[in-house]
Design a protein around this ligand. Structure first.
Ligand code: NAI
Ligand code: A1CAB
Length: 279
């Protein structure tokens, strides 16, 4: 874990983090913070749905507040994990009470840093993050981009906050829509493939349980192999014996436009992320 710097802590202790929004991504971040060494008493979550807030309190032993303003006023780091269309309302709530130097981090898709900087007190450091759901199992991929008032210490702190979620890379904000289209939404493409492979196995006579286990292990193994650095096209060639089963299968993927479909899907996600910025 990267050590805290004077820029990212108040008084040299682990910074306190308020997670605003305890849905899928809020929970993933909360769980990663705990895995990464944050103690529960340095964390607070504000979740509008009471039953969900209770569930998070029971599961993680963290304090749950019902006021974003109160939690933000106490925290060193405010982590927004609400839907993009709720961000403006939350910023209006927290802006009047934010202490100088509080770091504001947001995972909301599409919402530009300029929106946060315009709503929050002048000079507030803001870091935008695009994570993904495999963060829950420490296999996520996140990209982070700094606002005008976020320095190296703030980025290091965000890397520390995300430390247990998996890969963290730094990008310029202009690239975040593309990141959203590849790794933010990308797990859904992989799950789609797993589901389709499992369904095909059932069609070919396997039980659903066996077909699903084989599909999951295959995608997991292929990911692990690709992570070693060999080009994916080379790895695909290694599976493809001349005149064999794999070339027959891949020819069908090409004939059905699967590669073009993946590109079109990513372009649609990219366009939607840009639309969210202007809505
Ligand atoms: N789910 C994903 O794969 C990813 C999501 N994101 C971003 O993360 C953010 C959250 O997405 P999810 O967790 O999927 O959504 P979600 O709907 O699961 O969670 C949002 C939570 O915020 C709560 N909420 C709504 N208004 C609130 C308020 N005023 N104060 C406190 N809590 C409030 C809702 O009750 C809900 O539990 C979005 O902005 C999304 O763009 C980013 C990357 C990946
Ligand atoms: O679908 C969405 O809008 C969010 C952002 C990336 C993944 N989930």
């Amino acid at each position: 874990m990267t050590g805290a710097t004077s820029e990212d802590t108040r008084g040299g202790t682990t910074p306190t983090v308020a997670v605003l929004g305890g849905g899928v991504m809020g929970e993933a971040l909360l769980s990663a913070l705990l895995t990464g060494g944050w103690s529960a008493d340095r964390l607070e979550v504000v979740e509008k749905a009471t039953r969900r807030a209770d569930e998070l309190a029971d599961r993680y032993g963290v304090r749950t507040g019902d006021s974003s303003a109160q939690a933000a006023a106490r925290a060193d780091v405010v982590l927004l994990a609400v839907k993009p269309n709720v961000v403006a309302a939350v910023l209006t709530e927290i802006a009047p009470v934010l202490r100088g130097g509080t770091l504001v981090v947001s995972v909301a898709a599409g919402v530009p840093i300029a929106t946060y900087e315009a709503a929050l007190p002048t000079g507030t450091p803001v870091v935008r993050v695009m994570p993904n759901t495999p963060a829950v199992v420490g296999k996520g991929a996140s990209a982070i981009a700094p606002g005008a008032h976020a320095g190296e210490g703030h980025l290091v702190l965000v890397e520390r906050v995300l430390g247990a979620t998996g890969l963290v890379v730094r990008v310029a904000e202009k690239d975040l829509d593309a990141v959203t289209a590849i790794s933010g939404s990308g797990p859904a493409y992989a799950f789609y493939l797993i589901d389709a492979m499992a369904e095909a196995g059932v069609l070919l006579g396997l039980t659903r349980d066996l077909a699903t286990r084989l599909a999951v292990a295959t995608v997991e193994g292929a990911g692990a192999l690709a992570a070693q650095g060999e080009h994916p096209a080379v790895l695909r060639e290694r599976v493809s014996s001349p005149g064999g089963t794999t070339v027959a299968a891949v020819a069908e993927l090409d004939a059905h436009g699967v590669r073009a479909g993946v590109v079109a899907a990513a372009r649609a996600a990219h366009a939607r992320s840009q639309e969210l910025a202007s809505s």
